[in-house]
Design a protein around this ligand. Structure first.
Ligand code: SF4
Ligand code: SF4
Length: 176
């Protein structure tokens, strides 16, 4: 289980403390972004060959497997939802983890996520991404005009990677 610390609303983060100087911050962010992209591509390639992805955004079924904790002890489904009461499971000062995990809220979130994933049944890549990240859909629903609940937007990326991998394999076979 992954537990990440969240921030109180309006908590200011000093990027120079986190990343060093502005120039170093830019280089650090670019390197981190590149590492994340390459890691994601590697996991998608692995999934195309039948390997179960280990990253939560491709593994599916993340509800109550990853938690976010706020500094006041509030527990949320995933750090990405910290401060959204709709995704708050409880508080460590008042409830046990068992109470939070077995509570009605987790069931509600599981059902909500299952309904979302049901919308993707026509996508050929459901077995690759296992429905993707609920939070990406949560943000897209609220911010993308003309949001399409039958597509997460990652299908195009997975298709692109599949084509490139297939093309490279065919090229290698024809040379060999
Ligand atoms: S909501 Fe997204 S980031 Fe959070 S645990 Fe689930 S898949 Fe991972
Ligand atoms: S639409 Fe996106 S999240 Fe849904 S199954 Fe296809 S690739 Fe996965």
């Amino acid at each position: 289980m992954r537990i990440n610390a969240g921030l109180q609303p309006n908590t200011e983060v000093n990027s120079e403390v986190m990343w060093g100087s502005t120039k170093e911050a830019g280089t650090g962010r670019k390197a981190l972004f590149l590492a994340c992209v390459l890691g994601l591509v590697a996991l998608i390639v692995g999934a195309l060959f039948g390997k179960r992805p280990t990253i939560c955004t491709l593994a599916g079924q993340c509800i109550a497997r990853h938690l976010g904790v706020n500094v006041n002890g509030d527990i949320y489904h995933c750090d990405r939802y910290v401060t959204d009461n709709d995704y708050r499971l409880g508080n460590v000062h008042r409830q046990s983890f068992a109470e939070m995990f077995e509570g009605d809220k987790v069931e509600i979130l599981r059902e909500r996520n299952a309904r979302r994933v049901d919308g993707y049944t026509d996508c050929p890549y459901l077995s690759i991404c296992n429905g993707g990240c609920p939070h990406n859909a949560y943000i897209a629903e609220r911010s993308v005009s003309g949001y399409d609940p039958t597509c997460c937007g990652e299908a195009a990326l997975i298709e692109h990677i599949r084509r490139r991998v297939t093309g490279s394999l065919e090229e290698a076979r024809s040379v060999g």
